[in-house]
Design a protein around this ligand. Sequence first.
Ligand code: PMV
Length: 323
Amino acid sequence: MTLKATALAHPNIAFIKYWGIKDETHRIPANDSLSMNIGCLSTRTTVEYDNLLSSDRLILNGQTVNGEGLHRVQRFMDRIRLMTGQPLFAHVTSENNFPVGAGIASSASAFAALALAGTAALGFDLPERELSSLARFGSGSACRSIPGGFVEWRTDPESSESYAFSIAPPDHWNLADCIVILSKAHKSVGSEAGMRQADSSPLQEARIKDSGRRMDLCRSAILNRDFNALAEVTELDSNLMHAVMMTSNPPLFYWHPLSLGIMKTIKDWQNEGLPVTYTLDAGPNVHVICSQEVMGEVLHRLRQITGIIDVLKGLPAGPARLI
Ligand code: PMV
């Protein structure tokens, strides 16, 4: 019997960001977050267990991976072994369809696909909630790439379980994410290390305290398809997270001067009446969210900006799935 499965998952972009960990052991986030899966971009991962192996192997985009990249996957596979009670090691082969090192976080789609393929290969058909809960141990945001469409991840102070769930399917709202690539360099401080120092910012407490209000505003904006309301809360939340990053000790400046230039340009376009907004993760690339009706116009305008490397487009996408 072959113990093998292949899964596909999409990255996601958070309108309300996760930044800070309340309980490191159980990977419980400091605040709730809300995101949209980004279609067109995906990670496809095959897991094949092999009783001849004495440790897990990883091939990423055709290259054998060793060092910390491999160890992170091995720690995650250890969790699957613990959860399922089977001792086998595996060949993990993973490919992203988006440019390697384009500065787009692939950890969300990577660990969502690995959670699904790694458990399905052993014959486990886990409920979405359990898969999401498992995926968060690879990367917090990965739990939001398990369900489809528009997804919430709630922090539950009473529970060591924490999982994401869908609040609306991908076809609920015809939004688009035009991802402006400004740098292909790997960030010097990864999100896991960066958010470990979030509490050193005097602004983090206020950011967390207000997060429930922002979640409510964002959820209503999505459920009512109210673009202006979504734009207002999305920009506020991204600006708040970057304010915390910049005021952490040591300070973290993830954005570039051109990232700020694009944010200001987006405000000008909004004033012209274009339904467009921005959000930035832990990196300089700008996610420009707009209605699909104006996506052609927005892409055209973005591509005129001097200094950008590329603009990728993503539409709301479904859940992680076996293929
Ligand atoms: O879960 P991680 O380690 O990929 O961190 C995600 C951090 C942000 O992308 C900045 C915010 C988010 O909620 O996706």
